[in-house]
Design a protein around this ligand. Structure first.
Ligand code: CS2
Length: 504
Protein backbone atom coordinates (compact mmCIF):
# COMPACT_ATOMS: atom_id res chain seq x y z
CA UNK A 1 0.00 0.00 0.00
CA UNK A 2 2.62 2.50 1.08
CA UNK A 3 4.78 4.66 -1.12
CA UNK A 4 7.05 5.58 1.80
CA UNK A 5 10.46 3.91 1.78
CA UNK A 6 10.27 0.58 3.61
CA UNK A 7 12.94 1.70 6.07
CA UNK A 8 10.68 4.49 7.39
CA UNK A 9 9.49 3.39 10.86
CA UNK A 10 5.83 2.54 11.26
CA UNK A 11 3.51 4.70 13.33
CA UNK A 12 2.89 2.84 16.62
CA UNK A 13 2.27 3.69 20.27
CA UNK A 14 6.02 3.87 20.79
CA UNK A 15 6.82 6.06 17.79
CA UNK A 16 3.78 8.41 17.80
CA UNK A 17 5.17 11.94 18.29
CA UNK A 18 3.85 13.44 21.54
CA UNK A 19 3.27 16.78 19.82
CA UNK A 20 0.72 15.26 17.43
CA UNK A 21 -1.29 13.41 20.10
CA UNK A 22 -4.64 15.02 20.90
CA UNK A 23 -4.59 13.64 24.46
CA UNK A 24 -2.01 11.89 26.59
CA UNK A 25 -3.67 9.00 28.36
CA UNK A 26 -2.89 5.45 27.36
CA UNK A 27 -6.21 3.68 27.02
CA UNK A 28 -6.72 -0.02 27.68
CA UNK A 29 -9.64 -2.28 26.67
CA UNK A 30 -11.07 -1.72 30.16
CA UNK A 31 -11.62 1.95 29.20
CA UNK A 32 -14.10 1.06 26.44
CA UNK A 33 -17.35 2.97 26.83
CA UNK A 34 -18.22 3.40 23.16
CA UNK A 35 -18.64 0.65 20.58
CA UNK A 36 -18.59 2.26 17.18
CA UNK A 37 -19.97 0.52 14.08
CA UNK A 38 -18.30 1.79 10.90
CA UNK A 39 -14.53 2.16 11.00
CA UNK A 40 -14.34 4.35 7.90
CA UNK A 41 -12.49 7.61 7.53
CA UNK A 42 -15.44 9.73 8.62
CA UNK A 43 -15.58 8.26 12.13
CA UNK A 44 -11.83 8.38 12.46
CA UNK A 45 -11.64 12.04 11.44
CA UNK A 46 -14.79 13.24 13.24
CA UNK A 47 -16.11 11.50 16.35
CA UNK A 48 -12.65 10.19 17.27
CA UNK A 49 -11.25 13.73 17.24
CA UNK A 50 -14.07 15.05 19.46
CA UNK A 51 -13.55 12.09 21.81
CA UNK A 52 -9.84 12.85 22.05
CA UNK A 53 -10.68 16.45 22.95
CA UNK A 54 -13.11 15.19 25.60
CA UNK A 55 -10.45 12.90 27.09
CA UNK A 56 -7.93 15.74 27.06
CA UNK A 57 -10.34 17.83 29.13
CA UNK A 58 -11.55 15.21 31.59
CA UNK A 59 -10.83 11.61 32.35
CA UNK A 60 -13.58 9.09 31.68
CA UNK A 61 -14.31 5.61 30.39
CA UNK A 62 -14.64 6.76 26.82
CA UNK A 63 -12.29 4.61 24.84
CA UNK A 64 -13.73 3.48 21.50
CA UNK A 65 -13.89 -0.08 20.22
CA UNK A 66 -14.08 0.37 16.45
CA UNK A 67 -15.96 -2.19 14.38
CA UNK A 68 -15.58 -2.50 10.61
CA UNK A 69 -18.43 -4.23 8.79
CA UNK A 70 -16.71 -6.43 6.27
CA UNK A 71 -13.49 -4.82 5.03
CA UNK A 72 -10.43 -5.94 6.95
CA UNK A 73 -7.79 -3.49 5.63
CA UNK A 74 -8.23 -0.62 8.09
CA UNK A 75 -8.69 -2.87 11.12
CA UNK A 76 -5.61 -4.94 10.35
CA UNK A 77 -3.47 -1.88 9.67
CA UNK A 78 -4.65 -0.28 12.91
CA UNK A 79 -3.75 -3.41 14.86
CA UNK A 80 -0.27 -3.32 13.34
CA UNK A 81 -0.01 0.33 14.46
CA UNK A 82 -1.21 -0.20 18.08
CA UNK A 83 -4.50 1.50 17.00
CA UNK A 84 -2.71 4.75 16.13
CA UNK A 85 -3.41 6.65 12.90
CA UNK A 86 -3.12 10.21 11.66
CA UNK A 87 -5.86 12.67 10.82
CA UNK A 88 -4.34 14.50 7.84
CA UNK A 89 -6.02 17.90 7.71
CA UNK A 90 -5.56 19.24 4.20
CA UNK A 91 -6.11 22.73 2.85
CA UNK A 92 -4.38 24.97 0.35
CA UNK A 93 -2.44 26.31 3.38
CA UNK A 94 -0.83 22.91 3.95
CA UNK A 95 -1.05 19.75 6.03
CA UNK A 96 -1.66 19.39 9.76
CA UNK A 97 -1.22 15.96 11.32
CA UNK A 98 -2.87 14.90 14.56
CA UNK A 99 -3.24 11.52 16.24
CA UNK A 100 -6.50 10.95 18.16
CA UNK A 101 -5.41 7.66 19.88
CA UNK A 102 -8.89 6.97 21.32
CA UNK A 103 -9.38 3.38 20.16
CA UNK A 104 -9.12 0.49 22.58
CA UNK A 105 -9.58 -2.23 20.00
CA UNK A 106 -10.79 -2.95 16.47
CA UNK A 107 -12.89 -5.80 15.16
CA UNK A 108 -14.37 -6.81 11.81
CA UNK A 109 -17.99 -7.88 12.24
CA UNK A 110 -18.10 -10.31 9.32
CA UNK A 111 -14.89 -12.00 10.54
CA UNK A 112 -15.32 -11.73 14.33
CA UNK A 113 -19.07 -11.59 14.92
CA UNK A 114 -19.12 -13.01 18.43
CA UNK A 115 -16.70 -10.54 20.06
CA UNK A 116 -18.64 -7.75 18.34
CA UNK A 117 -21.94 -8.95 19.83
CA UNK A 118 -20.30 -9.37 23.25
CA UNK A 119 -18.92 -5.81 23.11
CA UNK A 120 -22.27 -4.33 22.09
CA UNK A 121 -23.94 -6.12 25.00
CA UNK A 122 -21.18 -5.46 27.56
CA UNK A 123 -22.25 -3.63 30.74
CA UNK A 124 -19.46 -1.06 30.26
CA UNK A 125 -20.78 -0.04 26.82
CA UNK A 126 -22.69 3.20 27.30
CA UNK A 127 -22.83 4.44 23.72
CA UNK A 128 -23.28 2.45 20.50
CA UNK A 129 -22.46 4.90 17.73
CA UNK A 130 -22.82 4.46 14.00
CA UNK A 131 -21.31 5.77 10.79
CA UNK A 132 -22.47 3.12 8.36
CA UNK A 133 -23.56 5.52 5.58
CA UNK A 134 -27.16 5.89 4.38
CA UNK A 135 -26.84 2.50 2.66
CA UNK A 136 -25.96 0.77 5.95
CA UNK A 137 -29.41 1.34 7.45
CA UNK A 138 -30.94 -1.21 5.03
CA UNK A 139 -34.03 0.92 4.69
CA UNK A 140 -36.36 1.08 1.73
CA UNK A 141 -36.41 4.46 -0.05
CA UNK A 142 -40.05 3.80 -0.93
CA UNK A 143 -41.41 3.29 2.59
CA UNK A 144 -38.65 4.66 4.78
CA UNK A 145 -39.04 1.42 6.78
CA UNK A 146 -36.87 -1.71 6.81
CA UNK A 147 -35.87 -3.05 3.40
CA UNK A 148 -37.62 -6.39 3.68
CA UNK A 149 -36.21 -7.49 0.32
CA UNK A 150 -32.66 -7.18 1.66
CA UNK A 151 -31.22 -10.69 2.05
CA UNK A 152 -29.26 -9.64 5.15
CA UNK A 153 -32.41 -8.31 6.85
CA UNK A 154 -34.31 -11.47 5.93
CA UNK A 155 -31.52 -13.64 7.35
CA UNK A 156 -31.14 -11.52 10.49
CA UNK A 157 -34.85 -11.54 11.29
CA UNK A 158 -34.72 -15.34 11.21
CA UNK A 159 -31.14 -15.77 12.35
CA UNK A 160 -29.33 -16.47 15.56
CA UNK A 161 -27.99 -13.88 17.97
CA UNK A 162 -24.33 -14.54 17.48
CA UNK A 163 -23.58 -13.63 13.87
CA UNK A 164 -26.00 -11.07 12.43
CA UNK A 165 -25.17 -9.71 8.98
CA UNK A 166 -26.64 -6.22 9.12
CA UNK A 167 -26.09 -3.22 11.37
CA UNK A 168 -29.70 -3.33 12.57
CA UNK A 169 -29.43 -7.06 13.23
CA UNK A 170 -26.26 -6.53 15.25
CA UNK A 171 -27.82 -3.78 17.32
CA UNK A 172 -31.12 -5.51 18.02
CA UNK A 173 -29.51 -8.85 18.87
CA UNK A 174 -27.21 -7.05 21.31
CA UNK A 175 -30.16 -5.14 22.79
CA UNK A 176 -31.95 -8.46 23.33
CA UNK A 177 -28.91 -9.63 25.26
CA UNK A 178 -28.81 -6.41 27.27
CA UNK A 179 -32.49 -6.72 28.10
CA UNK A 180 -32.09 -10.36 29.15
CA UNK A 181 -29.12 -9.58 31.39
CA UNK A 182 -30.62 -6.35 32.78
CA UNK A 183 -27.57 -4.50 31.48
CA UNK A 184 -27.14 -0.76 31.87
CA UNK A 185 -29.13 1.59 29.63
CA UNK A 186 -27.42 2.55 26.42
CA UNK A 187 -27.49 5.32 23.81
CA UNK A 188 -27.65 4.47 20.12
CA UNK A 189 -26.03 7.40 18.34
CA UNK A 190 -26.43 7.67 14.59
CA UNK A 191 -23.80 9.90 13.00
CA UNK A 192 -24.94 9.55 9.39
CA UNK A 193 -26.53 12.02 6.98
CA UNK A 194 -30.14 11.00 7.43
CA UNK A 195 -32.81 13.52 8.27
CA UNK A 196 -33.76 12.89 11.91
CA UNK A 197 -31.05 10.22 12.05
CA UNK A 198 -31.79 9.26 15.67
CA UNK A 199 -35.55 9.03 15.10
CA UNK A 200 -34.95 7.11 11.87
CA UNK A 201 -32.72 4.61 13.68
CA UNK A 202 -35.22 4.23 16.53
CA UNK A 203 -38.04 3.50 14.04
CA UNK A 204 -35.96 0.88 12.24
CA UNK A 205 -34.87 -0.77 15.50
CA UNK A 206 -38.48 -0.83 16.68
CA UNK A 207 -39.67 -2.29 13.38
CA UNK A 208 -36.97 -4.97 13.52
CA UNK A 209 -38.06 -5.90 17.05
CA UNK A 210 -41.72 -5.94 16.03
CA UNK A 211 -40.95 -8.26 13.13
CA UNK A 212 -39.02 -10.83 15.16
CA UNK A 213 -40.86 -14.15 15.02
CA UNK A 214 -43.25 -15.23 17.75
CA UNK A 215 -42.59 -13.69 21.13
CA UNK A 216 -38.90 -13.20 20.49
CA UNK A 217 -39.11 -9.43 20.56
CA UNK A 218 -41.25 -9.08 23.66
CA UNK A 219 -38.60 -8.76 26.31
CA UNK A 220 -36.44 -6.32 24.39
CA UNK A 221 -39.54 -4.38 23.30
CA UNK A 222 -40.55 -3.94 26.93
CA UNK A 223 -36.98 -3.01 27.88
CA UNK A 224 -36.93 -0.36 25.17
CA UNK A 225 -40.37 0.93 26.17
CA UNK A 226 -39.14 1.23 29.77
CA UNK A 227 -36.71 3.94 28.66
CA UNK A 228 -33.44 2.00 28.67
CA UNK A 229 -32.49 3.29 25.26
CA UNK A 230 -32.12 6.72 23.73
CA UNK A 231 -31.54 7.73 20.11
CA UNK A 232 -30.42 11.37 20.03
CA UNK A 233 -30.54 13.12 16.67
CA UNK A 234 -27.23 14.49 15.49
CA UNK A 235 -25.91 16.64 12.70
CA UNK A 236 -22.42 15.68 11.58
CA UNK A 237 -20.25 17.61 9.17
CA UNK A 238 -16.73 17.17 7.89
CA UNK A 239 -15.66 16.44 4.34
CA UNK A 240 -13.55 13.29 4.53
CA UNK A 241 -12.35 11.70 1.29
CA UNK A 242 -11.03 8.17 0.85
CA UNK A 243 -7.33 7.64 1.61
CA UNK A 244 -4.88 7.50 -1.29
CA UNK A 245 -1.12 7.09 -1.55
CA UNK A 246 -0.85 10.88 -1.78
CA UNK A 247 -1.90 11.21 1.89
CA UNK A 248 0.28 8.27 2.93
CA UNK A 249 3.29 9.98 1.36
CA UNK A 250 2.42 13.41 2.78
CA UNK A 251 2.08 11.98 6.28
CA UNK A 252 5.30 9.99 5.94
CA UNK A 253 7.09 13.16 4.97
CA UNK A 254 5.55 15.27 7.73
CA UNK A 255 5.94 12.77 10.59
CA UNK A 256 8.86 10.71 9.35
CA UNK A 257 6.66 7.67 10.04
CA UNK A 258 4.73 5.23 7.88
CA UNK A 259 0.97 5.29 8.48
CA UNK A 260 -0.92 2.92 6.17
CA UNK A 261 -4.32 4.34 7.12
CA UNK A 262 -4.24 8.10 7.59
CA UNK A 263 -7.69 9.73 7.44
CA UNK A 264 -7.65 12.82 5.19
CA UNK A 265 -10.05 15.61 6.19
CA UNK A 266 -10.81 19.25 5.57
CA UNK A 267 -10.04 21.69 8.42
CA UNK A 268 -13.78 22.41 8.98
CA UNK A 269 -15.68 20.22 11.42
CA UNK A 270 -19.08 20.55 13.06
CA UNK A 271 -21.18 18.33 15.32
CA UNK A 272 -24.56 19.22 16.78
CA UNK A 273 -26.28 16.75 19.11
CA UNK A 274 -29.35 16.40 21.26
CA UNK A 275 -28.25 15.89 24.83
CA UNK A 276 -30.34 12.78 25.48
CA UNK A 277 -27.87 10.16 26.64
CA UNK A 278 -29.13 7.12 28.53
CA UNK A 279 -25.93 6.57 30.51
CA UNK A 280 -23.77 9.73 30.35
CA UNK A 281 -21.42 10.71 27.57
CA UNK A 282 -17.95 12.14 26.88
CA UNK A 283 -17.46 15.90 27.23
CA UNK A 284 -17.53 16.31 23.46
CA UNK A 285 -18.13 20.05 23.91
CA UNK A 286 -14.39 20.15 24.62
CA UNK A 287 -13.99 19.67 20.87
CA UNK A 288 -16.65 22.35 20.19
CA UNK A 289 -19.57 19.97 19.69
CA UNK A 290 -22.80 21.87 20.18
CA UNK A 291 -25.54 20.40 22.39
CA UNK A 292 -29.06 21.60 21.74
CA UNK A 293 -32.67 20.53 22.33
CA UNK A 294 -33.52 20.75 18.66
CA UNK A 295 -31.08 19.44 16.10
CA UNK A 296 -33.54 19.35 13.22
CA UNK A 297 -32.89 22.86 11.84
CA UNK A 298 -29.14 22.14 11.77
CA UNK A 299 -29.70 18.74 10.16
CA UNK A 300 -31.93 20.12 7.45
CA UNK A 301 -29.54 22.98 6.81
CA UNK A 302 -26.71 20.53 6.35
CA UNK A 303 -28.45 17.66 4.56
CA UNK A 304 -30.03 20.03 2.04
CA UNK A 305 -27.59 22.92 1.52
CA UNK A 306 -24.41 20.88 1.77
CA UNK A 307 -25.34 17.32 0.86
CA UNK A 308 -28.12 18.12 -1.60
CA UNK A 309 -26.04 20.65 -3.50
CA UNK A 310 -23.06 18.29 -3.26
CA UNK A 311 -25.02 15.64 -5.18
CA UNK A 312 -25.73 18.07 -8.03
CA UNK A 313 -22.05 19.11 -8.12
CA UNK A 314 -20.97 15.45 -8.19
CA UNK A 315 -23.31 14.29 -10.97
CA UNK A 316 -22.88 17.33 -13.23
CA UNK A 317 -19.13 17.21 -12.64
CA UNK A 318 -18.83 13.49 -13.36
CA UNK A 319 -20.80 13.88 -16.60
CA UNK A 320 -18.49 16.76 -17.56
CA UNK A 321 -15.42 14.55 -17.00
CA UNK A 322 -14.39 15.93 -13.58
CA UNK A 323 -12.64 13.54 -11.22
CA UNK A 324 -12.94 15.75 -8.13
CA UNK A 325 -15.43 18.09 -6.48
CA UNK A 326 -13.02 21.07 -6.67
CA UNK A 327 -12.57 20.40 -10.41
CA UNK A 328 -16.33 20.34 -10.75
CA UNK A 329 -16.97 23.61 -8.89
CA UNK A 330 -14.22 25.22 -10.99
CA UNK A 331 -16.65 24.94 -13.94
CA UNK A 332 -18.78 28.09 -13.98
CA UNK A 333 -21.89 26.19 -15.17
CA UNK A 334 -21.68 23.85 -12.17
CA UNK A 335 -21.28 26.70 -9.69
CA UNK A 336 -24.21 28.52 -11.26
CA UNK A 337 -26.41 25.43 -10.97
CA UNK A 338 -25.21 24.83 -7.40
CA UNK A 339 -26.09 28.40 -6.39
CA UNK A 340 -29.50 28.12 -7.99
CA UNK A 341 -30.46 24.84 -6.34
CA UNK A 342 -29.14 25.99 -2.99
CA UNK A 343 -30.73 29.45 -2.81
CA UNK A 344 -33.94 28.91 -4.78
CA UNK A 345 -34.92 25.30 -4.13
CA UNK A 346 -33.31 24.04 -0.92
CA UNK A 347 -33.27 27.22 1.16
CA UNK A 348 -37.05 27.90 1.09
CA UNK A 349 -37.54 24.53 2.82
CA UNK A 350 -35.43 25.50 5.84
CA UNK A 351 -35.60 27.44 9.04
CA UNK A 352 -32.08 28.73 9.50
CA UNK A 353 -30.92 28.37 13.15
CA UNK A 354 -30.49 31.75 14.90
CA UNK A 355 -26.79 31.29 15.50
CA UNK A 356 -26.01 30.56 11.83
CA UNK A 357 -24.98 33.48 9.62
CA UNK A 358 -26.47 32.21 6.35
CA UNK A 359 -24.35 34.25 3.93
CA UNK A 360 -21.19 33.25 5.74
CA UNK A 361 -22.30 29.62 5.92
CA UNK A 362 -22.98 29.45 2.17
CA UNK A 363 -19.77 31.30 1.28
CA UNK A 364 -17.91 28.80 3.44
CA UNK A 365 -19.59 25.87 1.64
CA UNK A 366 -18.26 27.06 -1.70
CA UNK A 367 -14.78 27.51 -0.20
CA UNK A 368 -14.94 24.03 1.29
CA UNK A 369 -15.99 22.48 -2.03
CA UNK A 370 -13.13 24.32 -3.77
CA UNK A 371 -10.50 22.79 -1.42
CA UNK A 372 -8.23 21.36 -4.10
CA UNK A 373 -5.77 19.97 -1.55
CA UNK A 374 -8.40 17.42 -0.57
CA UNK A 375 -9.08 15.59 -3.86
CA UNK A 376 -12.64 14.62 -2.83
CA UNK A 377 -13.90 12.57 -5.78
CA UNK A 378 -17.16 13.01 -7.66
CA UNK A 379 -17.56 9.21 -7.65
CA UNK A 380 -17.47 9.16 -3.82
CA UNK A 381 -20.20 11.76 -3.41
CA UNK A 382 -22.12 10.27 -6.36
CA UNK A 383 -22.16 6.75 -4.93
CA UNK A 384 -25.31 5.38 -3.26
CA UNK A 385 -27.46 8.12 -4.77
CA UNK A 386 -30.53 5.91 -4.47
CA UNK A 387 -30.40 6.12 -0.68
CA UNK A 388 -28.85 9.61 -0.46
CA UNK A 389 -31.24 11.46 -2.79
CA UNK A 390 -34.18 10.05 -0.83
CA UNK A 391 -32.89 12.11 2.12
CA UNK A 392 -32.14 15.25 0.10
CA UNK A 393 -34.74 15.78 -2.64
CA UNK A 394 -38.38 14.86 -1.85
CA UNK A 395 -39.39 17.36 0.86
CA UNK A 396 -37.89 20.46 -0.78
CA UNK A 397 -39.27 19.36 -4.17
CA UNK A 398 -42.76 18.74 -2.76
CA UNK A 399 -42.77 22.14 -1.08
CA UNK A 400 -42.10 23.86 -4.41
CA UNK A 401 -44.50 21.70 -6.40
CA UNK A 402 -47.33 22.21 -3.92
CA UNK A 403 -46.79 25.96 -4.24
CA UNK A 404 -47.19 25.62 -8.00
CA UNK A 405 -43.48 26.06 -8.80
CA UNK A 406 -41.27 23.64 -10.71
CA UNK A 407 -37.95 22.91 -8.89
CA UNK A 408 -35.89 22.79 -12.08
CA UNK A 409 -32.55 22.22 -10.39
CA UNK A 410 -33.83 19.43 -8.17
CA UNK A 411 -35.16 17.80 -11.35
CA UNK A 412 -31.76 18.39 -12.94
CA UNK A 413 -30.08 16.69 -9.95
CA UNK A 414 -32.20 13.57 -10.39
CA UNK A 415 -31.72 13.63 -14.17
CA UNK A 416 -27.94 13.91 -13.88
CA UNK A 417 -27.95 11.07 -11.33
CA UNK A 418 -29.98 8.84 -13.66
CA UNK A 419 -27.73 9.66 -16.62
CA UNK A 420 -24.68 8.66 -14.54
CA UNK A 421 -26.20 5.41 -13.27
CA UNK A 422 -28.47 4.24 -16.07
CA UNK A 423 -27.51 5.91 -19.36
CA UNK A 424 -29.44 5.08 -22.52
CA UNK A 425 -27.78 2.66 -24.92
CA UNK A 426 -25.05 4.44 -26.86
CA UNK A 427 -24.50 7.23 -24.29
CA UNK A 428 -21.24 7.09 -22.37
CA UNK A 429 -21.45 8.99 -19.05
CA UNK A 430 -17.69 8.63 -18.55
CA UNK A 431 -15.38 6.81 -16.18
CA UNK A 432 -16.31 8.78 -13.05
CA UNK A 433 -19.99 7.97 -13.43
CA UNK A 434 -19.18 4.36 -14.27
CA UNK A 435 -17.24 4.06 -11.01
CA UNK A 436 -20.18 5.13 -8.83
CA UNK A 437 -21.46 2.29 -6.65
CA UNK A 438 -25.19 2.09 -6.03
CA UNK A 439 -27.44 -0.70 -4.75
CA UNK A 440 -30.09 0.38 -7.30
CA UNK A 441 -27.80 0.28 -10.34
CA UNK A 442 -29.19 -2.96 -11.81
CA UNK A 443 -32.77 -2.05 -11.06
CA UNK A 444 -32.38 1.35 -12.73
CA UNK A 445 -30.70 -0.22 -15.75
CA UNK A 446 -33.65 -2.62 -16.13
CA UNK A 447 -36.13 0.30 -15.94
CA UNK A 448 -34.05 2.21 -18.49
CA UNK A 449 -34.10 -0.70 -20.94
CA UNK A 450 -37.86 -1.05 -20.69
CA UNK A 451 -38.59 2.69 -20.98
CA UNK A 452 -38.62 4.66 -24.23
CA UNK A 453 -37.38 8.21 -23.82
CA UNK A 454 -36.36 10.22 -20.75
CA UNK A 455 -39.89 11.10 -19.52
CA UNK A 456 -41.12 7.50 -19.49
CA UNK A 457 -37.90 6.38 -17.78
CA UNK A 458 -38.18 9.12 -15.11
CA UNK A 459 -41.85 8.27 -14.54
CA UNK A 460 -41.01 4.59 -14.11
CA UNK A 461 -38.22 5.42 -11.65
CA UNK A 462 -40.43 7.67 -9.53
CA UNK A 463 -43.29 5.18 -9.59
CA UNK A 464 -40.81 2.57 -8.43
CA UNK A 465 -40.40 4.60 -5.23
CA UNK A 466 -36.86 5.95 -5.64
CA UNK A 467 -37.90 9.23 -4.01
CA UNK A 468 -40.70 8.01 -1.77
CA UNK A 469 -44.37 7.71 -2.54
CA UNK A 470 -45.47 11.35 -2.77
CA UNK A 471 -43.52 12.70 -5.76
CA UNK A 472 -45.31 10.36 -8.23
CA UNK A 473 -48.44 12.42 -7.44
CA UNK A 474 -46.77 15.28 -9.35
CA UNK A 475 -46.26 13.86 -12.87
CA UNK A 476 -44.91 17.20 -14.10
CA UNK A 477 -41.82 16.63 -11.94
CA UNK A 478 -41.06 13.28 -13.60
CA UNK A 479 -41.72 14.89 -16.98
CA UNK A 480 -39.20 17.66 -16.20
CA UNK A 481 -36.60 15.12 -15.05
CA UNK A 482 -37.21 13.23 -18.30
CA UNK A 483 -36.69 16.36 -20.41
CA UNK A 484 -33.36 16.98 -18.71
CA UNK A 485 -32.35 13.34 -19.26
CA UNK A 486 -33.05 13.66 -22.96
CA UNK A 487 -31.23 16.98 -23.14
CA UNK A 488 -28.15 15.53 -21.43
CA UNK A 489 -28.17 12.65 -23.91
CA UNK A 490 -28.70 14.75 -27.01
CA UNK A 491 -27.10 18.14 -26.34
CA UNK A 492 -24.93 17.53 -23.31
CA UNK A 493 -24.74 18.38 -19.63
CA UNK A 494 -23.95 22.06 -20.09
CA UNK A 495 -27.00 22.51 -22.34
CA UNK A 496 -29.22 20.86 -19.72
CA UNK A 497 -27.82 23.12 -17.00
CA UNK A 498 -28.34 26.17 -19.24
CA UNK A 499 -31.95 25.12 -19.78
CA UNK A 500 -32.47 24.81 -16.01
CA UNK A 501 -30.87 28.22 -15.45
CA UNK A 502 -33.08 29.77 -18.12
CA UNK A 503 -36.24 28.32 -16.58
CA UNK A 504 -35.47 29.09 -12.95
C1 CS2 B 1 -21.34 13.86 0.73
C2 CS2 B 1 -21.03 13.78 2.21
O1 CS2 B 1 -20.88 11.71 -0.04
C3 CS2 B 1 -21.76 12.54 0.16
O2 CS2 B 1 -22.93 12.34 -0.12
O3 CS2 B 1 -22.32 14.84 0.51
O4 CS2 B 1 -20.29 12.65 2.54
C4 CS2 B 1 -20.34 15.04 2.74
O5 CS2 B 1 -19.02 15.13 2.27
C5 CS2 B 1 -20.33 15.05 4.24
O6 CS2 B 1 -21.64 14.85 4.70
C6 CS2 B 1 -19.76 16.35 4.78
O7 CS2 B 1 -20.04 16.46 6.12
Amino acid sequence: MSTAPARTARLTAATAPAGALLHHRTLTPADTGIVHLGLGNFHRAHQAVYTAAALAREDGPWGVLGVAGRATGVADALRAQDLRYTVAELSPDGLRCTIPAVHTGVLVAAREPEPVQRALAAPGTRVISLTVTEHGYTYSPRTGGLDLDHPGIQADLRGNRTAPQTTLGRIVRALQERAATHAAPVTVLSCDNLVGNGDHTRRLVQEFIDRLPGEEGEEVGAWMAAGNLTFPNTMVDRIVPATTDAERSAVAEALGLRDEVPAPAEPFSMWVLEDRFAASRPAWEAGDALFTDDVEPYELLKVRLLNGTHSLIAYLGALAGCDTIPQSTAQPFVTEAARAVLWKEYLPSLIVPDDVDLDAYVAQLFTRWANSALGHRTRQVGSDGSVKLRQRIPDPALLQLRAGRMPHHLALTVAAYLCCLAPAAGFDPGEHAAAMADPARDRLAALRTRAGGGPSFATAVLNDGLLGDELPEHPAFAARIGEFIDLIHTRGTRAAAAEAAGSA
